[in-house]
Design a protein around this ligand. Structure first.
Ligand code: C2E
Ligand code: CA
Ligand code: CA
Length: 530
């Protein structure tokens, strides 16, 4: 009965799960690595900036040193003393004396003046936050440098020429050094130092990280070629992907199990529906006094292809919860109507009961579909009894009463099943307005030994009489039970004492033989009375 769901489908589900986890893993791993890289490169830009700031501080210290010696003049001795200072401070390349406009008056290394491509005037120099210095770019033939200007008095100032490029060269990690650059800039965008890759970097698609100074009009940029970035620090990528794939595999396997468990029995029901494996069995109802059979109850059976039979208790609950009960009911009813039609037509008093779940009873169009099925089978609605169990509470009692009323208006009979063990109190039984009460087997089982069971049955019989309802007792197995029920006033019953539920052919055979026997017994009884 348990169906294998195809190996291919299972493999596909596992593969899909691994793929989904791998895609997720890829995103998580790359995002984590990208974030980590961005943090590292921002930190490098910070380091470049801090070094540039320190270089400026350093040049200010040098200028202060020079000034402490006494005013710098352009005479040979003074310039020589300044040259000594410059010589001691490797990043300071030159110190110059400038006038108010910023034009050079003299330089410690006067030869270097020839290297200048451009010397900006004071208005184009940038002020530091504390107004103590002016910074500007010095464009020279052999590269760029930073000019740091500090005023001596109202007419003259000192300028330190600072080489910034040299302090930027070891910032980038070796893997990125050939594919990136570190730049120190003034706030106006003028480069004042640069460590550039040996390969030319395409600035338009380079990834840039920057850090700006609070003290000086300075910023540092780190630029890296995107593909170099993609290769850098990827050691965590493959382990993450492996972990994702393993998780995906585990999830996929769990999922296939869950799906197999869920899908299996429901798919079995669907296949059985398609193959018409749900069949009606018939159990007679009989007059407890005379034994005469006045009808039957249709009970569902799942007859498998190998001939084995599954009892309704083993598939009705799942059929109900999975929404298959209605299809099963209609399949069984159609066959039951077809098989029973000749007998129902021959005996207009013969009744056939069918079990309908409360939810099906309350579903839209139930009454219309029932009428159509019964009409099309050529059976009279008056011979059909709808049995509704009261084991579960009705989701909507008012609606149930309305549907029952509609059924009765169309000629159907309605029986309340399993009375005494379910939810309905006596007032609800009354409210539902059914024709018949089926007393549960539970009371029949105990009626011989247990006085209280007999009391309850008597009470139900009295109530039924008051409500003009019939009573049927289910599950009668012994003659003693039958006698006890008769003493309680029950007149009609059903049970193995007469017959178990049978498939139609056997049921028909049984009825023919049984009726012949009852008739013979009646003849004997009459003869003995006479
Ligand atoms: P139910 O409607 O109360 O049916 C009576 C149950 O008692 C049947 O069990 C019947 O075979 C069994 N029975 C009858 N006489 C005796 C007896 O003397 N001794 C014993 N031990 N049992 C007896 P079954 O056929 O296994 O059905 C069980 C339940 O499954 C039914 O209880 C009903 O609630 C449900 N069911 C059966 N067929 C259908 C159906 O077509 N549709 C729906 N919705 N439910 C069904
Ligand atoms: Ca029933
Ligand atoms: Ca029952």
């Amino acid at each position: 009965m348990m169906r294998r769901w195809p190996y291919l489908a299972r493999s596909a589900l596992v593969a899909a799960s691994v793929a989904a986890f791998a895609v997720g893993g890829h995103f998580v791993a790359t995002t984590a690595i990208d974030t980590q890289q961005a943090k590292q490169l921002e930190e490098l830009a910070n380091i470049a900036l801090r070094r540039s700031e320190v270089a400026v501080d350093f040049s200010v210290a040098t200028l202060n040193d020079v000034m402490q010696r006494g005013p710098m003049t352009c005479d040979a001795a003074s310039l020589q003393a300044v040259r000594l200072k410059v010589y001691q401070r490797s990043q300071v390349k030159d110190i110059r004396l400038v006038n108010r406009e910023g034009s050079v008056i003299c330089s410690a290394y006067s030869e270097t003046l020839e290297f200048d491509n451009e010397w900006v005037t004071r208005p184009r120099m940038l002020q530091t936050a504390d107004h103590s210095l002016l910074l500007f770019r010095v464009d020279q033939i052999n590269g760029v440098a930073l000019g740091v200007l500090k005023d001596i008095d109202a007419r003259t100032s000192l300028v330190a020429i600072l080489g910034v490029s040299a302090i930027l060269f070891d910032i980038l990690p070796t893997e990125l050094r050939d594919h990136g650059e570190v730049i120190a800039q003034l706030d106006n965008g003028a480069d004042i130092g640069r460590f550039a890759a040996s390969q030319v970097l395409d600035a338009t698609d380079a990834v840039t990280f920057s850090s700006a100074s609070h003290r000086y009009p300075l910023r540092a940029l780190v630029r890296v070629a995107p593909d170099a970035l993609r290769r850098w620090n990827r050691d965590r990528y493959w382990p993450s992907m492996l972990l994702a794939a393993v998780l995906g595999l585990a999830f996929g396997l769990l999922l296939t199990r869950a799906v197999a468990r869920l899908e299996g029995p429901i798919a079995d029901i669907d296949r059985a529906l398609a193959r018409h494996e749900f069949k009606p069995y018939f159990q007679p109802t009989f007059d407890l006094r005379t034994g005469a059979i006045g009808g039957c109850e249709v009970l569902a059976r799942w007859v498998h292809r190998d001939g084995s039979v599954t009892s309704p208790m083993n598939f009705i609950p799942l059929a109900e919860s999975s929404g298959r009960i209605e299809a099963i009911t209609w399949q069984i009813l159609a066959l039951a109507l077809k098989e029973m039609r000749p007998r129902l037509a021959a005996d207009k008093y013969f009744k056939m009961s069918v079990n309908i779940t409360p939810r099906h009873l309350l579903s839209d169009a139930f009454v219309n579909r029932l009428r159509r099925e019964v009409r099309e089978s050529g059976v009279s609605a008056r011979q059909i009894v709808i049995e509704v169990t009261e084991r579960e509470a009705f989701p909507d009692l008012e609606k149930a009463a309305a549907v029952i009323e509609a059924l009765r208006e169309h000629g159907f009979k309605v029986a309340l099943d399993d009375v005494g063990v379910g939810h309905s109190g006596l007032s609800q039984i009354k409210r539902l307005g059914v024709n018949t009460m089926k007393i549960d087997k539970f009371f029949v089982d105990t009626i011989v030994q247990d006085g209280s069971a007999a009391t309850i049955v008597e009470m139900l019989v009295r109530l039924a009489a008051k409500l003009r309802m019939n009573v049927i007792a289910e599950g009668i197995e012994t003659v003693e039970q039958r006698q006890a029920l008769l003493r309680c006033g029950v007149e009609c019953g059903q049970g193995y004492l007469v017959s178990p539920p049978l498939p139609y052919a056997k049921f028909d055979e049984f009825l023919v033989a049984y009726e012949a026997r009852i008739e013979a017994e009646a003849v004997v009884r009459q003869a003995s009375v006479a």
